[in-house]
Write a protein that binds this ligand. Structure first.
Ligand SMILES: NC(=O)c1ccc[n+]([C@@H]2O[C@H](COP(=O)([O-])OP(=O)(O)OC[C@H]3O[C@@H](n4cnc5c(N)ncnc54)[C@H](O)[C@@H]3O)[C@@H](O)[C@H]2O)c1
Length: 337
């Protein structure tokens, strides 16, 4: 648990291979801190936490896996609700149901089990809202009709984003390393390009929706878009890349602001008990207001959107009595939420 100042420390449970316990611990701490910032910038009544179950060697025996999840559930339960767990890399909704046999402090269960279900459609809704707000700033209108968008990564989130963009009348270029995603492109009438072409295409918006670290010293000079806004966590290889984007006149929607839809959705499940999808949708659209504020603050501070977003998170944490050092600008991936 990194912080409980704003509320229970919420963050997924990662089941992953690590070289040793130190590496697993470091990952848990780094990821939990990122969750603190992500929830704080979104103004959610949540702190930051993360669970890590360390795997060793090859495949895990299903019985051992179940036992490990049960032990994890017991551990979460002992924390009495200070930490709330959910799905993350390496765990599934079915795994959450095993954990739920041992503790009520688990969210993101399937709809049939009273939970808020797969977060991806909500993450996608938040990202599309962020794209609209960024277009409003860059082009004077939030309308996506006729806007050209290059999207890389047609996975759980990217495919939903592409669908929404197509429905809104955007001109789409899409890319994925997995050829099976071509089917999505065909269905949406999108042009299929390579990931490299998507990155350098002369478009209004580039939407990175695959892995992190895509924006660096080599790729930013090659961009020919006016806006970058997407779902991928940790888009900047380093924080200073935000300055490079600014210098090139490219408006970047900070990833941890734009992709918070999943956690906003879970916060509705957590706060209101009785999960309501419409309420969740309204709150996810609130990401647009957060991003407008970040862009306004960046303009008045003469700073990058990254600096403004980190400042906003720090202010929200300070209000709750949690002081974060100004040097702590963590934009590491916060996992699937
Ligand atoms: N799932 C969520 O609700 C959620 C929430 C917040 C952030 N995110 C972040 O959004 C991103 C996508 O998440 P997801 O759940 O859709 O994952 P996913 O694994 O379902 O999809 C990722 C897709 O990207 C493709 N891909 C991988 N490398 C690529 C490359 N170099 N170029 C183009 N495509 C490539 C994969 O083939 C896959 O189709 C991740 O960075 C994730 O951390 C997801």
């Amino acid at each position: 648990m990194h912080s409980t100042a704003r509320g229970p420390a919420l963050g997924g449970c990662r089941l992953w291979h690590y070289d040793d316990a130190r590496a697993a611990m470091r990952d848990a701490l780094r990821l939990s801190r990122a969750m603190t910032y992500k929830s704080a910038v979104a103004g959610l009544p949540l702190g930051g936490g993360k669970g890590v179950i360390m795997l060793r060697g090859g495949a895990i025996d299903p019985e051992v896996r179940r036992t490990a999840l049960e032990d994890f559930g017991d551990t979460v339960d002992r924390l009495g609700g200070d930490y709330v767990t959910a799905e993350d890399v390496g765990t599934s909704a079915a795994d959450m149901e095993v954990i739920a046999e041992r503790t009520p402090h688990v969210k993101g269960l399937s709809r049939e089990h009273g939970g808020s279900g797969d977060p991806s459609p909500y993450t996608a809704l938040g990202v599309v809202t962020a794209i609209e707000v960024a277009c409003e700033r860059a082009f004077g209108s939030p309308s996506l009709e006729g806007r050209s968008v290059a999207l890389a990564g047609l996975g759980h989130v990217g495919a939903h984003i592409a669908q929404r963009l197509a429905d809104a009348g955007a001109e789409l270029l899409v890319a994925d390393v997995d050829e099976r995603a071509r089917e999505v492109a065909e269905r949406l009438g999108a042009r299929w390009v390579s990931p490299q072409e998507a990155l350098t295409a002369p478009v209004d918006v580039y939407a990175p929706c695959a892995l992190g670290g895509v924006l660096d010293d080599e790729t930013v000079p090659a961009l020919r878009c006016r806006v970058v806004a997407g779902a991928a966590n940790n888009q900047l290889a380093e924080d200073r890349i935000a300055d490079l984007l600014n210098a090139r006149g490219i408006l970047w929607a900070p990833d941890f602001v734009a992709n918070a839809g999943g956690i906003v959705n879970i916060s509705v499940e957590l706060a209101d008990g009785d999960y309501d999808a419409e309420r969740a949708e309204r709150r996810v659209r609130g990401i647009g207001d957060t991003l407008r504020r970040v862009f306004d603050d960046a303009a008045s501070m003469n700073a990058t959107p990254l600096t403004a977003a980190m400042e906003l998170a720090r202010r929200n944490l300070a209000e709750a009595g949690e002081a974060m050092p100004a040097s702590e600008t963590d934009t590491e991936p916060a996992g699937r939420l």
